[in-house]
Design a protein around this ligand. Structure first.
Ligand SMILES: [Zn+2]
Length: 236
């Protein structure tokens, strides 16, 4: 019986392209480490007590060239979250044809906004463009509905969650396990700070931790905090 759901977040795989600065570089994953992670996930899934969901943020070209083939080799799939403002930029980012190629490989596509901005800081008009607007644009590019959204920088509050009402699943970077079927999803984000035991620790997190009142109170407060721009809504 599935007791827990663990969602992992990855970014680029392999050698980062030249535009990647040292901050973003911290979240890129070397290819051999990536393969070790996937092997660990495949073994954990086979136990039947934990469901591991894999997600990839930012729409890097390595999603198609590195990640998807390695997933396919292991019979795994993932959701790839793209920014609609990058789809026609080319270069290091996925284009519309690449999204179709990922879907043909059994992968899913989700929305990561339009321009990858901190949603707590934007006006109501920009917030609509980054949420509902990006959903429409991505659905037009794919030709079918999009149900999942990743919050850029994991940045959110109550106003942001409210604006994402059209999505069935909203992914944070709150590093906790979760319960199957939750709409606001916790995710563990890979970074170069992970040691060799990091994945094992995450996958074996004891279910008792999930029931910690302190943990859930902290997350509930975060999800219900009022928007920073609440008093400025009428200006947009
Ligand atoms: Zn991102």
């Amino acid at each position: 019986m599935i007791q827990r759901e663990i969602t992992l977040c990855l970014h680029g795989i392999g050698l980062p392209p030249p535009h990647v600065d040292h901050v973003e570089n911290h979240y890129w994953c070397d290819e051999d480490v990536f393969h070790t992670i996937l092997d660990g996930v495949a073994i954990a899934q086979s136990t039947g007590t934990v469901r591991v969901r894999l997600t990839f943020d930012d729409g890097n070209l390595s999603d198609l060239t590195r990640a998807a083939p390695a997933l396919q080799e292991r019979g795994l799939s993932a959701v790839f979250f793209v920014c609609t403002g990058r789809l026609r930029r080319g270069g290091p980012y996925l284009g519309e044809a690449d999204l179709a190629a990922l879907e043909a490989m059994g992968m899913e596509i989700g929305c990561h906004g339009r321009d990858h901005v901190r949603l707590r800081d934007v006006s109501d008009r920009v917030l609509r463009e980054e949420t509902a607007g990006a959903k429409v644009a991505l659905e037009h590019a794919l030709g079918h509905p999009v149900a999942e959204y990743v919050l850029p920088f994991g940045n959110y509050d109550h106003r942001v969650l409210h604006a994402l009402g059209g999505f069935c699943r909203i992914h944070t970077t709150d590093a906790r396990a979760g319960r199957p079927g939750e709409r606001v999803v916790n995710r563990y984000c890979y970074s170069r700070a992970w040691d060799t035991d990091a994945l094992t620790r995450i996958l074996s997190e004891h279910p008792r931790r999930l029931r910690s009142a302190r943990t859930w109170a902290r997350l509930a407060l975060k999800r219900n905090r009022p928007g920073r721009r609440a008093s400025r809504r009428s200006q947009t």
